[in-house]
Ligand binder design. Structure first.
Ligand code: G
Ligand code: MN
Length: 252
């Protein structure tokens, strides 16, 4: 195992060399199947041409205290790319960004989100993800309120698994739930998964929030989810994560 200092050195050098790059996966709106936004995902591009997914470095980035700075960097790069491409974004274009509770409490990051929402008119959706249970502290509630007032929306990521539980719908000002890919994968051959997704859609309608299915990999899954009335679809069948330039060329 490498020691933290060596890992931090390596990450700082990668940051300096511009190895962390924004990738965007399209999000498609139902029923008209228009690309109405995208999820920002970071990739590390090494000098040898390797493309490393975040699962392999995000924990190290967090331990090194670099999550805020890296997220800010790729978010700024993305928003600059989008606004350089088009002065007027499609009206409901949403840019989703993954955030942890710790990132939400980082003042530099939240200031940047407030600024992007007001000055650049970008509709941000912050997707709450966490590996450990968390609760709504007073401080976090105030931060979320400020962000909401500026037009920032919130989603619960990986909903229905791990730490993304029903009670968060009560505690957080949520506009979207992202139904975990675990349920989507099995939706065609497992009745229980289908009933769970169906119930999530009904619940979301009752409490006036939108549903996003993640990890859609086949046409059959897509048709089933459209039939169930899921509002947005995301996954390899609809579109893989693309480099920022490719996404801009293809969709904006
Ligand atoms: O949980 P979250 O939505 O943040 O996960 C995004 C990750 O899921 C990305 O790393 C992306 O590459 C991966 N991903 C996106 N679409 C699919 C898919 O259809 N199938 C699988 N297995 N992974 C996907
Ligand atoms: Mn996400």
């Amino acid at each position: 195992m490498q020691c933290q200092t060596v890992i931090t050195e390596d990450l700082l050098q990668a940051l300096n060399n511009g190895e962390f790059q924004p990738y965007i996966q399209p999000v498609v709106r139902t029923p008209d199947m228009v690309v109405s936004g995208g999820e920002l995902l970071v990739r590390r591009l090494t000098p040898t041409g390797e493309v490393i997914p975040p699962t392999r470095f995000i924990e190290q980035v967090e331990s090194a205290g670099l999550l805020s700075i890296i997220t800010q960097k790729i978010l700024y790069q993305t928003v600059s790319g989008i606004t350089a491409r088009t002065l007027v974004l499609p009206q409901d274009f949403r840019l989703a960004v993954n955030v942890t509770p710790a990132l939400l409490e980082d003042r530099d990051f939240t200031r940047m989100c407030l600024w992007l929402s007001s000055a650049r008119q970008i509709h941000l959706v912050l997707e709450l993800t966490e590996r450990l249970p968390f609760y709504m502290a007073k401080k976090m509630s105030l931060i979320m309120k400020d962000l909401s007032q500026a037009g920032v929306e919130f989603a619960l990521d990986d909903f229905g698994t791990g730490c993304s539980v029903l009670s968060y719908l009560k505690d957080f000002p949520v506009s979207y739930i992202k139904i975990d890919r675990n349920f989507i994968q099995d939706i065609l051959h497992d009745e229980v998964s289908r009933h769970i997704v169906e119930s999530m859609v009904i619940l979301a309608e009752k409490i006036n929030i939108q549903t996003v299915a993640e990890g859609v990999e086949t046409q059959g899954q897509m048709n089933c989810l459209r039939g169930l009335g899921v509002n947005y679809l995301q996954g390899f069948y609809l579109g893989k994560p693309l480099s920022l330039d490719t996404f801009l060329n293809q969709y904006l």
